[in-house]
Design a binder for this molecule. Structure first.
Ligand code: FES
Length: 103
């Protein structure tokens, strides 16, 4: 089955080092502008389901406010306990000033 890219947001609504929650085909996605690179990962912490909405980027990583787990947005990898499993990552592209996420 071909990958489907979903139009989720105008690129100018995601400032550098900002994150935003979007819906992509029924999936809740954390979008991030990681120093100009648009990244998309699953929006819930793998430790205990903490919502990553409202978190901030720090050195390519997002931190879950509930117990302090960290995830590298480039790979989804969990980089700090108590999370062990990484976030799901999604391919992104920017076309005609809009962000698309592959789901
Ligand atoms: S729910 Fe995210 S660190 Fe526990």
């Amino acid at each position: 089955m071909a990958t489907e890219f979903i139009d989720v947001l105008p690129v100018d609504e995601l400032n550098v080092n900002a994150v935003k929650i979007v819906d992509a085909g029924g999936k809740r996605i954390l979008l991030a502008n990681d120093e100009g690179d648009i990244r998309a990962v699953s929006a819930y912490c793998t430790h205990d389901g903490g919502d990553l909405d409202g978190e901030e980027l720090d050195d390519h990583e997002v931190c879950c406010h509930r117990h302090g787990a960290r995830f590298d947005l480039r790979s989804g990898e969990a980089t700090r306990m108590p999370a062990v499993f990484g976030l799901v990552t999604f391919e992104t592209k920017v076309e005609d000033g809009r962000i698309f996420v592959a789901v």
